[in-house]
Design a protein around this ligand. Structure first.
Ligand code: C2E
Ligand code: MG
Ligand code: MG
Ligand code: MG
Length: 280
């Protein structure tokens, strides 16, 4: 599929299209080799209990250390991995790696792994999670999977069956980027999620837009009423933190508490007590 420029625009007769396609082909070739070459790494970003001010766990965020280009962000390579059929083996590696790592952390801390909608079309997803839990000896309740609303747009019965099977293993299920989909509220009704992650766009608008505050308050209230925890994503300032606490969010995640870091750099205490913290 040619997705020049992405975002649904397909333009003909543009001289740079050849170049873009060329660059994409090169990236595809590199990506196919990256898994066997060990070029992937997980970074971990803390999630923090807003009242107790302790780390409840970390979200695993995939990074690709490209030999020439340096670190490539998942926003760039995940869509390609999905297109070329690489996301299932890559996603399997992510689950295994995250479970192995989390097994070394204090038992109170969970690890959250992002799942692509494409992984739900693979019949082996549940078995793959089971294997990773067994191999790492991680308690299933310490593994959380994050899905976006787009997962629930496809093949609904099969997807829901998979989610229920994962839940039966004891794995927790979180709805990521909540509020950005087409019918967010109906997705909440379709499955009893453990956690709602409030999209960072609402958090970032808190200081300038009254509607964002109203939306965040409503999602936090909704979560409380449904017995789901609510995590605000993309928290960068103390001012946002104060508003999120008042709005009733149960957890926070963002640069204010720590950027995603390699596993070996985790200290399990909050960055905000380290002298190097960057505020704002
Ligand atoms: P996401 O799951 O919603 O992850 C949150 C993104 O926000 C991460 O970007 C994180 O680094 C970034 N972030 C965290 N705190 C802040 C903040 O305070 N301010 C700002 N501006 N950004 C913040 P990242 O690591 O680039 O990942 C982007 C997306 O790529 C993720 O969004 C997720 O959808 C996807 N992704 C990452 N790792 C994986 C993976 O292993 N598998 C799959 N399928 N997708 C992944
Ligand atoms: Mg996520
Ligand atoms: Mg998110
Ligand atoms: Mg996202």
């Amino acid at each position: 599929r040619a997705k020049s420029g992405g975002r649904g625009t397909f333009r003909f007769f543009e001289p740079e299209m050849d170049e873009q396609l060329q660059a994409r082909r090169v990236l595809e070739v590199d990506l196919r080799k990256a898994l066997v070459n060990g070029e992937f790494e997980l970074f971990y970003q803390p999630q923090v209990d807003i009242r107790k001010k302790v780390i409840t766990g970390y979200e695993a965020l995939l990074r690709w250390r490209h030999p020439e280009r340096g670190i490539v962000s998942p926003g760039e390579f995940i869509p390609i991995a999905e297109d070329i059929g690489l996301i299932s083996p890559l996603g399997e590696w992510v689950i295994q790696e995250a479970c192995q790592e989390a097994a070394k952390w204090p038992a109170s801390m969970k690890v959250a792994v992002n799942l692509s909608p494409v992984q739900f079309r693979n019949k082996n997803l549940v078995q793959c999670v089971k294997n990773a839990l067994t191999a790492s000896n991680l308690c299933p309740s310490r593994l959380e999977v994050e899905i976006t609303e787009s997962v629930l747009l496809q093949d609904n019965d099969a997807t829901l069956a998979t989610l229920h099977q994962l839940r039966k293993l004891g794995v927790r299920i979180a709805m990521d980027d909540f509020g950005t989909g087409y019918s967010s509220l109906s997705y909440l009704r379709s499955f009893p999620f453990d956690k709602i992650k409030i999209d960072q766009s609402f958090v970032q608008g808190l200081s300038s837009r009254a509607d964002c505050l109203a939306i965040v308050q409503s999602i936090a209230g909704l979560g409380a009423n449904l017995g789901m925890s609510t995590v605000a994503e993309g928290v960068e300032t103390e001012d946002q933190l104060i508003q999120l606490r008042a709005a009733g969010c149960t957890e926070v995640q963002g640069y204010y508490f720590g950027r995603p870091k390699p596993a070996r750099e985790l200290v399990h205490t909050l960055d905000m007590f380290e002298p190097t913290r960057a505020v704002g």
